[in-house]
Design a protein around this ligand. Structure first.
Ligand code: IMP
Length: 193
């Protein structure tokens, strides 16, 4: 079975290839000759994942999945959510996003949050959504040097360190992205039977 992953991020493509069973051939956007950036214009995480997956299915004919992730902070009514990458502005700078979030939560002891990844799969049956959640708290200051995005200020429940202090292998076992991907894989394996 051939399936496209609608991402230009080579690290994500590599990570997902390793997790998929050998019977599923993963194609990148480059493999199908798609070089454009598909605009993420929806106002929900689900909507953006869906836009990317259906665009490829409609324009290139391949079954396709796409992901979108956001950090949802309870005390901020779910912000930054779908706007996580550009929370502090269109320049999408991680350190600025973190500083803005810490300012918004200054003096607030209610610090629960969750990362949410939605994978949308577009195939001949329509569009299917697979959601992965990782719950945690927003730290008062950045800790650790690994990872990306909001990793230095996010501490998952049940662990004493931030995502940025963890080995990547541990983060990848418990992450929102991994949980969504596992659900997608279960679905794809059932399709083959
Ligand atoms: P994307 O949909 O994977 O591109 O994620 C959108 C934004 O959410 C990123 O630019 C990051 O700011 C943030 N983000 C997504 N996944 C993670 C993560 O695993 N750790 C920290 N931040 C993340």
């Amino acid at each position: 079975m051939k399936i496209v992953f609608a991402s230009h991020n080579p690290n994500k493509i590599k990570e997902i290839k390793l997790l998929l069973p050998p019977s599923i051939e993963l194609l990148s956007l480059a493999d199908i000759g798609c070089t454009q950036d598909i605009a993420e214009t929806a106002d929900t995480i689900e909507g953006n994942a869906q836009i990317k997956a259906t665009y490829i299915k409609d324009h290139y004919g391949f079954d396709c999945f796409a992901d979108d992730t956001g950090l949802e902070v309870d005390a901020l009514d779910g912000a930054p959510g779908v706007y996580s990458a550009r929370y502090a502005g269109p320049q999408k700078i991680d350190a600025e996003n973190i500083q803005k979030l810490l300012r918004k939560l200054a003096g607030n002891s209610h610090r629960s949050a969750q990362f949410k990844t939605v994978i949308a799969l577009s195939n001949y049956k329509g569009t299917h959504l697979f959601t992965g959640i990782c719950k945690g708290i927003i730290l008062k200051e950045p800790k650790g040097k690994d990872g990306f995005g909001y990793d230095p200020i996010f501490q998952p429940i049940g662990y004493p360190q931030s995502f940025a202090e963890m080995p990547t292998s541990l983060k990848n076992q418990i992450s929102h992205r991994k949980k969504a991907l596992e659900k997608l894989i279960v679905y794809l394996q059932a399709q083959k039977k």
